[in-house]
Design a protein around this ligand. Structure first.
Ligand code: PMT
Length: 407
């Protein structure tokens, strides 16, 4: 997969597989990329920095407080910040259990872990360790945390380990690691020129001055899509209901409360968009009459008369242009595929992301999702549980293909 030359930081941590990072460095350089190696203190006990310096033609960063030579400075900023801002990807191979734990908990006590916190570039981590360490509940939890955050973990191979034991823990094949890094880089600008209009979060329908009808959407799915599209070069406009989290940086956000406000904001920006993704959990009903004063509980049993809200997707369907890609979500509890296909047909969508919101690790207010992508030609793709950011990238991968087929 050829991409224009990029800057990659390669973090090497202390494990017997550290020497394999030299081959990874070579593979990445063979693709024309510039690689800056960073070694932890323990990595230097396994392999000398000189090896990586000779192969990369660059000084290896080994110390947080080392003076950066004048000739290597690109600006006046502190080295870890300038490296963090310059790089297009950070790959850590091999990554020890200790490094995984530090990454998961935001501990930043050496150059590599500071860099991992300071950079916005995608992080790819290839662990290698003893099988018992890999299978330990603490490591499993750290890996789950990192995956949920959108870190790409390259599963270690199974075989005879350096310690003599057999099991999972060998560093994955360096070719596999290089391919994962190259795939990440290839994604980076594949949405350049696209303008994404993405809805996120819930809508709230007032009942009286203090109460509303709402749902448990946190905004995580919509904002993951926004973040992924932005990272891949698209201009992103989000229309967000009252979400539990902040929108990602670099995207324009219009904040709304009710379905009516969301509909107005979306229709207002519709003509600018080249792709529309409706990830918001829009309220389906609103009170026929909103009480002007707080409804008192002393009045006993309460009957609320509700009416359907505006069908935003339905309004988009009749207005959108044929070249605009249109994606809907389907939050289902039963008959996932059937219901998703019905939505796809009635709203003339290009793609439906169907999630069974009763499954553990899927749907509302969790960091992961389990989705089936349903296409207009009747085909579908059932995806395993993954972070919402990973799912966002899978959805965008499909949109890139649909766009290619349409031009
Ligand atoms: O925000 P999170 O906590 O991360 O949770 C993510 C999510 C569960 C909200 C998300 O994955 C999801 O499923 N979003 C769609 C929820 C939903 O409203 O599904 P639905 O099946 O009721 O609606 C189908 C589609 O019509 C959706 O694209 C919805 O945005 C849209 N819709 C619904 C009602 C309405 N009045 N107007 C609409 O446009």
């Amino acid at each position: 997969m050829a991409t224009s030359p990029k800057r990659i930081a390669l973090g090497v941590t202390g494990g017997i597989a550290a020497y394999k990072a030299a081959e990874l460095l070579r593979l990445l350089q063979d693709q024309g990329h510039e690689v800056q190696v960073i070694m932890t203190e323990s990595a230097q006990r396994f392999i000398a920095p000189l090896t990586f310096a000779a192969l990369s033609g660059r000084r290896v960063i080994t110390d947080m407080f080392e003076d950066q030579p004048e000739c290597e400075r690109e600006d006046d900023s502190i080295e870890h910040i300038s490296v963090a801002q310059r790089i297009d990807a950070l790959v850590i191979a091999p990554a020890t259990a200790n490094t995984l734990a530090k990454l998961a908990h935001g501990i930043a006590d050496d150059f590599l872990t500071v860099l991992a916190l300071a950079t916005r570039a995608p992080l790819i981590v290839a662990p290698a360790m003893n099988v018992n360490m890999w299978e330990h509940a603490a490591t499993r939890a750290n890996v789950a945390t990192l995956k949920a955050r959108g870190v790409r973990i390259i599963q270690p191979d199974t075989g005879i380990l350096a310690c003599g034991m057999t099991g999972a823990g060998r560093l994955a094949d360096v070719g596999v690691i290089a391919d994962a890094v190259l795939a990440e880089l290839a994604r980076q600008q594949d949405l350049r020129g696209e303008i994404f209009l993405i809805t996120a979060g819930p809508t709230r329908e007032p009942v009286d001055p203090v109460r509303y009808l709402g749902n448990r959407s946190s905004g995580k799915m919509g904002f993951a899509l926004a973040e992924a599209a932005h990272r891949r070069g698209a201009r992103v406009l989000t229309v967000s209901g009252p979400a539990a989290i902040e929108p990602p940086s670099g995207v324009e956000t219009v904040r709304v409360e009710t379905t009516d406000q969301m509909a107005e904001a979306v229709l207002d920006r519709l003509s600018e968009a080249t792709a529309i993704v409706m990830a918001a959990a829009v309220a389906d009903y609103q009170a026929v009459e909103v009480a002007r004063s707080k409804i008192k509980k002393e009045q006993g049993a309460l009957t609320l008369m509700l009416e359907p809200t505006r069908d935003i997707l339905g309004e988009i369907t009749v207005r959108h242009q044929p070249n605009q890609l249109l994606v809907g979500f389907a939050a289902e509890t039963d008959d996932l595929l059937e219901n998703a296909r019905a939505k796809l047909r009635s709203k003339r969508l290009d793609l439906v992301v169907a999630n069974n919101v009763t499954q553990e690790g899927a749907g509302f207010d969790v960091d992961t999702n389990i989705a089936t992508l349903v296409f207009a030609d009747g085909d579908y793709k059932a995806l395993p549980r993954m972070s919402k950011l990973e799912l966002a990238h899978c959805v965008l991968d499909e949109l890139v293909k649909l766009r290619l087929n349409r031009t």
